[in-house]
Design a protein around this ligand. Sequence first.
Ligand SMILES: Nc1ncnc2c1ncn2[C@@H]1O[C@H](COP(=O)(O)OP(=O)(O)OP(=O)(O)O)[C@@H](O)[C@H]1O
Ligand SMILES: [Mg+2]
Length: 304
Amino acid sequence: MSLLQVTNLRKSYGAHISVQDISFDIEKGRCVALLGPNGAGKTTTLRMLAGLLEPTSGMISFEGSRPGAEYRRGLGYVPQSPAFYGWMTGQEYVVFAAKLSGMGAKEATSSALESLKRVGLNNDARRRIGGYSGGMKQRLGLAQALVHRPRLLILDEPVSALDPIGRREVMELLREIREETTVVFSTHVLHDAEEICDDIILMNHGRIAEQGSLSQLRSHYSLPVIRLRTEKHKEAIQWLESLASKPFVLESQLFGDHAVFNVNDVEKARQTILQEAAQLEIPLLQFEAGSSTLEDLFMKVVGV
Ligand SMILES: Nc1ncnc2c1ncn2[C@@H]1O[C@H](COP(=O)(O)OP(=O)(O)OP(=O)(O)O)[C@@H](O)[C@H]1O
Ligand SMILES: [Mg+2]
């Protein structure tokens, strides 16, 4: 079942279009990564989903409600760089957030304590936020976003600013949270998405470049590839260039003394290449037959 439906969503600032007519569904119970490089439009998209930014055009429908209906109570949001009052304690902050969501004092306190416990901050709840580490602040942001038990949790780059330890803590926590709550989070690191997500939406320049389940995308982009490296001899380099026009080569990338070939028949390619190399006495340093990865796709789309 689709929890959130986005149709032709657009945000423009004057002539600049930050998010250009994107459409996607978020299924209930899934964990979705919004991937993309700096400036791709991730924050703009998530802020529109969270109801914090008015779309220029397009529709967002939550739990099948009519587009435009108020749904903010159903979701929790952690911004890219959450700002806290350092003088408040963690508990005061989460109680404050709970009250903002409409809870009375008693319920706010009990929900806040439960939420702080869930993110592992129960022992630090009475300390001032000013003394928290980056990882603790990010977990406090999560406690705030979870306190009213949202059906959808939206996180903008939850681990980008953290050191490896903080990153691990937050990723582990997200892994637990996603068991109970539908989660969408943005990142510019493919590895984060691969670690805990089911689906990815890959954005670049305000548009969706690819979307689908990780397994679908993996199998779709798992194409046979041959990687070759020779010594830096003129003849060897010429030979690499000549391989590009073989009938089994679909696409080639030549980098002087090494080359990557997308091939349609890996066995045929292997035989031909190795035979020719032996006949012509090409000084081969590396021969590898494998398949392209999601990383290759990401690099290609992002163009780095
Ligand atoms: N208030 C604004 N006014 C004008 N342009 C904006 C505004 N907010 C964002 N943009 C532009 O929209 C584009 C997308 O920005 P956005 O912050 O959504 O990207 P992002 O994918 O979150 O990037 P990052 O990885 O750096 O956080 C950028 O080109 C940005 O300069
Ligand atoms: Mg951003």
